[in-house]
Design a protein around this ligand. Structure first.
Ligand SMILES: [Fe+2]
Length: 382
């Protein structure tokens, strides 16, 4: 990330700052102790003035391990029962010890903090803002919204929404190979700094009434009551802040012959990657086969969420479908799809892919929406 600042920031760190007659309080938010990326915020009120902390007001629903038997899976998220509370909305469809993947149309309207995981929301549908101590970040359909662990945030979205939430124990970053030694995007990267949207302005709330923050810590939910509103920042600067990047701003790389999935990569974390398939021209060698070859990824489980368009290699897939192709099993185009792709010039597919380096396990919630016998969909005469 790059340095950014908003609002009133003094010339030196850790000096007396006043707002009128009143002292302003510094709050450092940083990762990896004091060694990772950080930002320094200037707050109207003492940021830890808690009236009450309730350590356990809920538990992450038990997900079980439904698919401990290795198999191909197809889940239809269109068939999910609508969530009516934050706990079920955040309940994973797929998870392992490092990452959780959920899909919902319910967005919690209160202030939230995730104390255990970094988060990426892929906003399939929705328009509005993400509010936080760092200011106002505009959000649109197609955005990935990256929320660092420990951020107090609140959604301000009045439209209907549907989103994928990816919760990760480790930080979510842009791929190192896209960056030069100074952290600047290289010329051949499919994304660059201009594609990254940062909080545009501060809209501080000076409210000395009590405000509750719902938080997650490991598998439990807690509630902190502060004696003021936490979005009382009058200025901040640093390298750590929420940001968004649109799937529509990803510039696809194309070649004469089929290029492997890493060219579609948007983010990396220690234990998974996030890629996206976007509208693009197909491979242009006269004898090219645009559909992917069958592949056997022995080190990753592959999750694909189909956002829009006609996905070139798959049959029976709809908008909102998720497929899980686990490590240990070969996968690729379904019968007829290789032939169908030959001679095609372009695709309008839009999909998000999450490849995890440890096995994923599905919840009952996922199995309730799974397509029976998906594993037989490669049989020629089915
Ligand atoms: Fe694949």
């Amino acid at each position: 990330m790059f340095y950014h600042k908003l609002g009133k920031v003094p010339r030196k760190r850790h000096v007396v700052v006043k707002n009128g007659d009143q002292l302003v309080y510094e709050k450092l938010m940083g990762q990896e102790g004091f060694s990772g990326v950080s930002s320094l915020l200037y707050k109207d009120q003492i940021p830890c003035s808690a009236v009450d902390v309730s350590p356990l007001i809920g538990r992450k629903p038990s997900t079980g391990d439904c698919n401990t038997n290795l198999n191909y899976k197809h889940y239809k998220t269109q068939q999910l029962n609508p969530d009516s509370n934050v706990f079920s909305a955040r309940s994973p469809l797929l998870e392992n010890s490092e990452v959780e993947i959920s899909v919902s149309t319910y967005l919690y309207s209160g202030i939230f903090v995730n104390s255990s995981c970094h988060e990426v929301y892929f906003i399939e549908e929705g328009e509005g803002n993400l509010l936080s101590e760092f200011g106002v970040l505009a959000v649109s359909s197609g955005d990935y919204v990256v929320i660092p662990k420990g951020l107090y945030y609140q959604w301000d979205i009045k439209t209907s929404v549907k989103y994928i939430l990816i919760q990760s124990k480790q930080a979510i970053k842009f791929p190192k190979r896209y960056l030069n030694a100074m952290g600047q995007f290289l010329e051949d990267s499919p994304i660059c700094e201009r594609d990254i949207n940062v909080p545009s302005h501060l809209d501080p709330i000076f409210d000395k009434r009590e405000h509750k923050i719902l938080g997650r810590r490991d598998d439990t939910y807690f509630e902190v009551t502060l004696d003021h509103h936490p979005f009382d920042t009058i200025g901040w600067d640093g390298y750590l802040y929420p940001y968004s990047i649109s799937i529509h701003d990803f510039e696809p790389l194309v070649g004469r012959l089929h290029m492997p999935p890493p060219i579609h990569q948007m983010f990396e974390s220690a234990n998974f990657v996030i890629c996206n398939f976007v509208p693009r021209l197909y491979d242009f060698h006269p004898e090219a086969v645009p559909a992917p070859y069958y592949h056997h990824n022995v080190d990753s489980d592959e999750v694909l969420y189909y956002v829009k368009g006609n996905f070139m290699s798959r049959s029976g897939i709809e908008q909102g479908s998720i497929t899980l192709h686990p490590a240990g099993l070969v996968h690729g185009p379904q019968p007829g799809k290789v032939l169908e792709s030959i001679g095609k010039k372009k695709t309008d597919e839009l999909a998000v892919m999450i490849d995890t380096f440890q096995p994923l396990y599905s919840s009952k919630r996922a199995e309730d929406i799974s397509v029976k016998d998906y594993h037989k969909s490669w049989l020629e005469n089915k």
